[in-house]
Design a protein around this ligand. Structure first.
Ligand SMILES: [Zn+2]
Ligand SMILES: [Zn+2]
Length: 171
């Protein structure tokens, strides 16, 4: 039973860890790599163009893909430790929880929001909370840094709605 708890602990604890790494590493000293993910939605392109080009089809790999690669290596090491060191066996369930988070992140962020797998489309309206919240992150380059449980400050929500309205009335 404790394995089930550890699995969910691994799953849940990853959201604050992702928030903190995204905020303080990716948008901190790690920004040279993360910029590649934001560049196609750069503010310099102008906000009108930006709002329509928010989720372009992927042109292949981004430098930013280094981060999920590193996370996968760390997670595999955690699981391997659990397999090879008997006293650390609980790390296996914990590691699977982290893996489940990674898969959900990939599904929502890469497939649903950014449409990186062209032949695999999932309706955005199922994940509209995630879609619009992450769009706000790309538009203004700040909050929300979380992905699965994005919390958007109301001032940003307002700015976003105004911008969306303005853009749709121009068409
Ligand atoms: Zn970012
Ligand atoms: Zn993104």
């Amino acid at each position: 039973m404790v394995e089930v708890y550890l699995f969910f602990l691994g799953l849940v604890v990853m959201e604050p860890i992702t928030y903190l790494s995204h905020r303080y590493i990716f948008h901190g000293f790690g920004v040279p790599l993360h910029r590649s993910h934001h560049s196609s939605h750069n503010r310099r392109e102008g906000q009108k163009k930006l709002i329509h080009n928010f989720a372009p089809k992927s042109n292949g790999w981004e430098l930013n893909d280094f981060y999920p690669g590193i996370s996968a290596l760390i997670t595999m090491s955690v699981i391997a430790l659990g397999i090879f060191v008997p006293s650390l066996k609980y790390l296996i369930s914990f590691g699977f929880g982290i893996t489940a988070y990674g898969l959900l992140y990939f599904l929502i962020h890469d497939i649903v929001v950014h449409g990186r797998i062209p032949f695999f489309r999932i309706k955005k309206n199922i994940f509209s909370w995630h879609y619009h919240s992450h769009r706000i992150h790309h538009l203004f380059g700040g909050e929300p840094y979380g992905l699965l449980f994005p919390i958007v400050p109301s001032a940003l929500k307002k700015r976003y709605h105004q911008l969306t309205l303005k853009n749709s009335s121009h068409e």
